[in-house]
Design a protein around this ligand. Structure first.
Ligand code: ADP
Length: 653
C-alpha cells in the first residue's frame, strides 16, 4: 500500500534508496493520507488512515470517497472543496471538519488537499491529508470551558462572599433589632456573641457574659437544671427548649422561653448554636388572667351566660346550671328564650334591640323559668360583646338569683303593710282621746295638763306621718298607690301649705315667689304631700340658717316648684340616691336629723305617677334646691302597673 502511494508520489524516476526514504517518511507521517483519482475514487491510503478510521485496504481502494465505510465520508463541505480542486488546481489547507463516524465516534479533523504535480505536470490525482485534532480540540474546548467554569466559580464565589456578607449584615441588623434576646455559641457551648437587647435587659457587659458568664443572670435554684439540659444538648447536638427566669437590669426575674438550635455544616457537624430568649411574662400574665377569669366564671354562683345576636346561647357556666337546672351541653346552641316565661318573651326582643345598639342593661329585675318549671326571680345585667374591630357579636349576661331577697322583701313589705295598718287605728283613737282630754282639762283650767296633752298630740302627729309613710311605701311596692285626680288650683295649694308649715318653725322664714295662678289636673292631696315633704326637709336640714325660698314657675305645658334652703347640702355622688327608699345621706351631721329615708322616695313616686319629674341641685355645706315639674295635663298612668324594663336601668355603655 505504501509502495503504491510512494509510486504515486515519486514516479518510477526515483531510485530505490530514495523510495525507501520516502516510504519511511510516509510511514512516520502521523497524518492519514489518501490519494484520489479525478473521479474522487481512492487509489490508495496510508497505514495511519486505515488504523485511524478502522477500515481495510480492500474496503477502501477503488471506492468513491463518499462511499467509504458506509458513506461515512459523505461530508457535504468536503465534497464542495474536493470538487473545486481539480478545475482550479488550488489546494485547501486546514479545513476543519467535525464529523460523527459510526464506529469511531465524533472526530474533529483538519483536512489539507492538493492536486499532485509531478515533473511539472498536474496529475489528475489529489492527495488528501487528514489530521485528527479531536483530542486537541477536546482539550481546547475543555480548557476553554475550564477557564470559563473557573471564571464562573470565581464569580460565584465572589457573589457568595457578597451574599454571605450581606446575609451576615442583614442577620446582625435583624438580631440587634428584634425585641428578643439572642446569642451564638461555639459547638462546645462557649457563647461568643449576644445581641444588644441581651445586654440591655440584663444590664451586663460583653466581658462578663462571654463564654459561660451568663450563669450570673440565672436564678441559682434553676441554674443546675438549665446547665444539665444545655450540656446534654451540646453532647447530643440536639435542640434545647426550656422556660426559666432571667434577671433583668432592675434585679427582677422574668420568665423567658429559651430555644437553642444547632447550626450544621454540610457534613452534619454542629458548627454553631443559635439561641433566643423570649420574655413571656406578659403572655403568662395574660394566660393567668384568662385562667383566673375562667375560674371565676366557673366558680360563680351567678349564672354567667353568653349568647349571640340571634339569642342563641354560646356558653353556660356552672352557676347557670345550678340556677336554671339545665346542663351546659343540653342548652348551649339553644335559644335564651328557653328560660324566659311565655308572657315575658317581649323582653328578649327589647334586650336584643338594645344590644344591637351597643347598649348595656343593668340590674334588670325579672323572672325566668328553670328546667323544672319553677319561677326564679333574677336580676340580670347584659353587656354587648365586641370583637377586635369593635363589631358587636353577642352578649354576656349575668343573672343573679334574687328569689330569696325577693321573698324577704315581700315578707318585709307584708310586715310593714300589716304593722302600719294595725298601728294606724289605735294611733287614730289615741289622738282622738287626747283631744277629748285636752278639751276637758281646758275647761277645768288645768293649764299644765293642757300643755302636756298638746305635746303628746304633736308626737302623735309625727307617729301618724311615719305610719302613713310606711303604708305608702308598701302600697308603692305592691303597685297599689291609688291616685285620685281632680282639677285644683296649684298656687292655692302651695300658699295653704306654706302658711301651715310656717307655724311649725320659729327660726325660718318661708319666702314665697309664686308665678301666676294655674289650674292642674292631678292628685291634690298627694301633691300636697310632696310639697310638705320638701319644705319640711328644707326646715330640717338647715338648722343654722333662717331662709327658705319656695318658687313656682309656669311654662307652656308644666309648672315647676322649687324649694331652696341654705343648709347642710348633699354631696354630688349622693344626690341621685336620696330618692331611693331608706336612703339617708350618712355623715356626722345626720345623727341630729331624725327620719326613715322614705319621704323623697314616696315624693318621687307621686311625681312620676303624674307624669312629672323630680330632682335636686345641691352643694355640700351651702344648701339644696329640690324641684319637681308637673305637666298641666297629668298622664293617666296610675293603673298600678310597673313597667317590666325600667328605662333607667338601660344605660348607654
Ligand atoms: P328623711 O328625711 O326622713 O331621712 P327623705 O327621703 O325625705 O328622708 O330624705 C332622704 C335623705 O335625703 C335624708 O336623709 C337626707 O340625708 C337627704 N335630704 C333630703 N332633703 C334634704 C335637704 N333639704 N338638705 C339636705 N339633705 C336632704
Amino acid at each position: 500500500m505504501k509502495k503504491s502511494i510512494d509510486s504515486q508520489l515519486t514516479g518510477k524516476h526515483l531510485h530505490s534508496e530514495y523510495e525507501k526514504y520516502l516510504e519511511s517518511i510516509v510511514d512516520t507521517i502521523r497524518e492519514a493520507l489518501i490519494v484520489l483519482d479525478k473521479d474522487l475514487k481512492v487509489i490508495s491510503a496510508n497505514k495511519t488512515f486505515y488504523e485511524r478510521f478502522k477500515v481495510s485496504p480492500k474496503q477502501t481502494e477503488k471506492v468513491l470517497i463518499y462511499k467509504l465505510g458506509n458513506g461515512q465520508w459523505n461530508i457535504p463541505e468536503l465534497k464542495n472543496l474536493l470538487e473545486e480542486i481539480l478545475p482550479s488546481h488550488n489546494p485547501f489547507n486546514n479545513f476543519r471538519v467535525e464529523h460523527n463516524f459510526p464506529h469511531i465516534g465524533k472526530k474533529v479533523m483538519l483536512l489539507n488537499a492538493r492536486q499532485i504535480k509531478a515533473q511539472g505536470q498536474w496529475k489528475d490525482r489529489i492527495l488528501l491529508a487528514i489530521e485528527d485534532i479531536t483530542k486537541y480540540d477536546r482539550d481546547r474546548i475543555e480548557k476553554e470551558a475550564g477557564i470559563e467554569r473557573e471564571k464562573e466559580i470565581n464569580r460565584e464565589l465572589l457573589q457568595n462572599q457578597k451574599d454571605l456578607l450581606d446575609g451576615e449584615r442583614r442577620f446582625r441588623a435583624l438580631a440587634e433589632n428584634i425585641p428578643i434576646l439572642c446569642w451564638m455559641a461555639k459547638p462546645d457551648g462557649y457563647i461568643y456573641w449576644y445581641n444588644s437587647r441581651w445586654y440591655e435587659y440584663t444590664g451586663t457587659k460583653p466581658k462578663q457574659m462571654e463564654g459561660w458568664g451568663w450563669q450570673s443572670v440565672h436564678d441559682p435554684n434553676v441554674l443546675p437544671e438549665v446547665l444539665k439540659k444545655w450540656k446534654k444538648a451540646i453532647s447530643d447536638g440536639s435542640p434545647f427548649e426550656m422556660t426559666f427566669p432571667l434577671k433583668g437590669a432592675d434585679n427582677k426575674f422574668r420568665p423567658f422561653l429559651t430555644r437553642i438550635v444547632p447550626v450544621y455544616d454540610d457534613n452534619g457537624k454542629v458548627i454553631h448554636w443559635f439561641g433566643t430568649n423570649t420574655d413571656i411574662s406578659g403572655q403568662l400574665k395574660a394566660e393567668e388572667t384568662m385562667l383566673r377569669l375562667a375560674a371565676i366564671v366557673e366558680s360563680s354562683d351567678d349564672a354567667i351566660v353568653s349568647k349571640n345576636l340571634d339569642g342563641i346561647i354560646t356558653s353556660w357556666n356552672k352557676g347557670a346550671e345550678k340556677i336554671f337546672g339545665y346542663k351546659a351541653k343540653e342548652i348551649v346552641g339553644k335559644s335564651i328564650r328557653t328560660i324566659i316565661p311565655k308572657d315575658l318573651q317581649h323582653e328578649e326582643d327589647k334586650i336584643l334591640s338594645q344590644l344591637r345598639k351597643g347598649k348595656k342593661i343593668e340590674h334588670f329585675q325579672t323572672v325566668r323559668i328553670a328546667k323544672d318549671g319553677r319561677k326564679i326571680d333574677v336580676s340580670i345585667t347584659v353587656s354587648p360583646m365586641k370583637d377586635k374591630t369593635g363589631k358587636i357579636i353577642g352578649a354576656s349576661k349575668i343573672a343573679r338569683n334574687i328569689t330569696n331577697e325577693k321573698n324577704l322583701e315581700r315578707q318585709k313589705d307584708n310586715f310593714l303593710g300589716i304593722a302600719s295598718h294595725e298601728l294606724k287605728t289605735p294611733v287614730t283613737s289615741i289622738k282622738a282621746y287626747g283631744q277629748v282630754l285636752q278639751a276637758i282639762f281646758k275647761r277645768k283650767g288645768d293649764t299644765y295638763a293642757v300643755t302636756a296633752l298638746q305635746k303628746m298630740d304633736a308626737q302623735i302627729n309625727k307617729l301618724t306621718l311615719l305610719i302613713s309613710d310606711l303604708l305608702d311605701v308598701t302600697k308603692i311596692q305592691a303597685g297599689k298607690l291609688l291616685m285620685q285626680n281632680i282639677d285644683y288650683d296649684f298656687n292655692g295649694l302651695v300658699n295653704e301649705l306654706i302658711d301651715e308649715l310656717q307655724l311649725t318653725t320659729e327660726r325660718h322664714t318661708l319666702i314665697k315667689q309664686l308665678d301666676k295662678p294655674i289650674q292642674l289636673h292631678g292628685d291634690k292631696e298627694r301633691t300636697g304631700q310632696v310639697i310638705t315633704n320638701l319644705i319640711s326637709n328644707a326646715i330640717k336640714y338647715s338648722p343654722h340658717t333662717d331662709k327658705i325660698i319656695i318658687k313656682t314657675k309656669n311654662s307652656n305645658n308644666a309648672v315647676t316648684l322649687s324649694v331652696k334652703d341654705f343648709g347642710v347640702g348633699i354631696p354630688k355622688e349622693k344626690q341621685k340616691k336620696v330618692f331611693e327608699q331608706f336612703f339617708r345621706v350618712s355623715g356626722e351631721k345626720q345623727h341630729t336629723f331624725p327620719g326613715l329615708g322614705l319621704g323623697l322616695f314616696i315624693s318621687s313616686e307621686i311625681v312620676k305617677r303624674q307624669g312629672g319629674r323630680i330632682w335636686v341641685e345641691s352643694t355640700e355645706g351651702k344648701g339644696s334646691t329640690f324641684c319637681f315639674t308637673l305637666p298641666f295635663k297629668s298622664k293617666q298612668e296610675n293603673k298600678g302597673k310597673k313597667s317590666t324594663i325600667d328605662e333607667e336601668a338601660i344605660k348607654h355603655e
